[in-house]
Write a protein of this length. Structure first.
Length: 306
């Protein structure tokens, strides 16, 4: 009998069981906070949670894996996940259970459940520890849409950032929709929540990070800084050299979708920087703007280190 068949022998099919209600309740922020766990749905999130759990030396400040629920049909479609689940099962310490499609649907708030989910512990990491080892970080300030929050974390991960910081007043990045939008990146990038802007600015300065504020009305653009960094790497000076060295360790601030950053919030930055709009669009989604800014820093930093 293979691992999938063994799981099927203990199929959870009662949609009204206490365990199903407990997982479903993680939709609420108050429950996540009280219990110290969150729900990560879909194959990509479960895959990354399993890989992290199987790591011999997992980086600090990332979620821990507590339970996995999966339908038999979905497990048969993802043989790599089945293999990792078996390995985690052999190590012990993680509750693993096959469930009926009806049970999985009862556990999630997704319109179309993705066949598997994990319950993970919320990460524990101080702001000091997160920024002390970061060369590139993103700071979300009063971002309200969970899809945007997850997209920015995913962009930070793709750009190689080492930390994502959420100020108080943000949507919870461990909201199920935010977790789905992050597509597994919450298991790669340490996340700190509930920080205050003044604390972030002080901690970043002590850690040697400059602070850039994404602001659509700024007179300096990210293209200006990127061009200056490219010229600097070639030994050529430019008029934008004095504005900000994009290759230095940096924390980017990204503000509320409708209001952006306030003047007080921008005052904590070394420089306000705009993403130029070459077409007729009125503005950029915060996730798209974050991607442009973070990649501009990442390219300049990688070029400086090469």
């Amino acid at each position: 009998m293979n691992f999938t068949e063994r799981l099927g022998d203990r199929l959870l099919s009662n949609t009204r069981s206490d365990r199903v209600r407990d997982v479903a309740a993680l939709t609420r922020r108050s429950v996540r906070s009280k219990r110290g766990v969150f729900r990560a749905e879909g194959p990509q999130n479960v895959r990354e949670a399993l890989r992290l759990a199987l790591s011999d030396m997992p980086p600090p400040g990332l979620p821990g894996l507590e339970a996995v629920y999966v339908t038999e049909a979905e497990l048969e479609r993802h043989l790599d996940i089945a293999a990792d689940l078996e390995a985690v099962s052999e190590r012990g310490g993680v509750f693993i259970r096959a469930v009926s499609p009806e049970v999985l649907a009862a556990m999630t708030d997704a319109v179309t459940p993705q066949g598997m989910l994990a319950v993970c512990s919320l990460p524990s990491l101080t702001l000091d520890a997160a920024l002390a080892r970061a060369e590139l970080a993103c700071v979300l300030v009063r971002v309200q849409d969970p899809g945007n929050a997850g997209t920015v974390v995913r962009a930070a991960d793709a750009a190689g950032a080492q930390a994502a910081v959420f100020t108080s007043g943000n949507v919870d990045p461990f909201n199920p929709k935010a977790v789905r939008s992050s597509a597994g990146s919450l298991f790669h990038v340490p996340v700190v929540t509930g920080a205050e802007m003044a604390e972030i600015a002080d901690t970043a300065q002590l850690a040697g990070l400059g602070i850039l504020a994404a602001d659509g009305y700024a007179s300096v653009s990210v293209d200006d800084l990127a061009d200056a960094a490219l010229l600097r790497s070639a030994g050529v000076s430019s008029s934008d050299d004095a504005a900000y060295d994009l290759s230095r360790p940096t924390a980017w601030l990204f503000g509320n979708e409708a209001q952006g950053l306030t003047e007080d919030e921008k005052d904590h930055a070394d420089l306000a920087v705009a993403v130029p709009l070459y077409g007729a669009a009125e503005s950029l989604n915060v996730g798209t703007a974050a991607t442009v800014c973070l990649y501009s820093s990442a390219r300049a930093q990688r070029r400086a280190h090469s």
